[in-house]
Ligand binder design. Structure first.
Ligand SMILES: [Zn+2]
Length: 315
């Protein structure tokens, strides 16, 4: 996102909310009725990010690229929390500041993932998950670190550090379905070593195209052709894992900061769903991810540019 675009989005959101508040003295009440408006504003923000994705191109130097990627993560966290708080009748800018701080923690986690070692992969993904949790806390107006969600494999662990409580873990239904689909594909096998090294589910797949790796719903796939670092001209397995794990961190943000609140709204509206959603996460935004991937060409996707920018050889 260019600075001009970021400022335009913030001002537009702020002005729109101010006009709306004249008609709704009790606030916008996102948790009660305005999930649709929340999604619309977020979609506009994402569209702006997509349109301005060129800012992450490699013609910028490594320092400038990192500043841009950090700014994008901060802006996305800030917009998420700011708009949610504004819809609830609270201060947009206070929410924005807290969300932006969470977004910068997400960026820090992604930088760690890019360090290409098992310790960095684990620490980086979980640090990014803590940042995503903080964006969600800020968006809901909860105190800092009230709920922290840590994904390990297909399970998401939820903690309340302040209350020293552990909530029931949840199973990510979309990730599970994708993992089952991959495991039944001919020539695929679970990569136990790489899964233990990353904390994500990793499969080695027989590759018929020229793809060397993939990620959907946080599940990593590696082509059986990926070398183990013996071919300097090619990307090593560690490069590919770091790149794909950054996509897992992006997925964690999508689920924790955006999909979880939508599921919470649905549970409040339909209390009979509670026994199921207590243990299962459905990531209702997954169709949006599929649509976005089909609409935006690979080379223009901001999420690809972020992963390529962080795991590059010329840092
Ligand atoms: Zn990618």
């Amino acid at each position: 996102m260019t600075p001009h675009c970021a400022i335009s989005v913030c001002l537009a959101v702020s002005n729109r909310l101010r006009r709306l508040s004249a008609h709704t003295p009790r606030g916008y009440g996102l948790p009660r009725s305005s999930a649709v408006r929340f999604i619309v504003v977020q979609a506009l923000a994402v569209a702006c990010f997509t349109a301005s994705g060129n800012a992450q191109d490699h013609h910028f130097g490594p320092v400038r690229r990192n500043v841009i990627v950090a700014g994008l993560n901060g802006a996305l966290g800030g917009l998420t929390a700011g708009t949610s708080q504004a819809f609830a009748g609270k201060s947009f800018w206070r929410g924005f500041a807290r969300g932006a701080a969470g977004g910068l923690v997400v960026y820090g986690g992604k930088c760690l993932i890019a360090e290409r070692s098992p310790a960095a992969w684990w620490a980086g993904r979980e640090l990014a998950a803590i940042g995503s949790s903080e964006v969600a806390n800020a968006a809901n107006g909860r105190p800092a670190f009230q709920i922290v969600t840590i994904p390990v494999g297909l399970i998401r662990f939820h903690f309340e550090p302040r209350a020293k409580r552990v909530l029931s873990p949840t199973l990510d239904v979309v990730s599970t379905a994708y993992a089952i689909a991959i495991s039944t594909r001919s020539g695929s096998r679970l990569a136990i070593g790489q899964s233990l090294a990353t904390g994500a589910i990793v499969f080695v797949t027989r590759e018929t195209s020229n793809a060397i790796g993939g990620n959907a719903a946080g599940i990593v796939t590696l082509s059986e052709l990926v070398p183990n670092g013996n071919f300097p001209a090619l990307q090593s397995e560690r490069d590919v894992i770091s790149h794909e794990l950054i996509h897992s961190a992006q997925y964690d943000f999508l689920v924790t900061a955006w999909a979880d609140p939508i599921q919470s709204v649905i549970v409040r509206k339909l209390p009979w769903t509670k026994p199921v959603t207590r243990y299962l996460d459905f990531n209702l935004l997954m169709p949006l991810e599929v649509v976005a991937n089909s609409l935006v060409l690979y080379g223009s996707r901001p999420w690809e540019k972020e992963a390529r920018s962080l795991v590059s050889h010329d840092r």
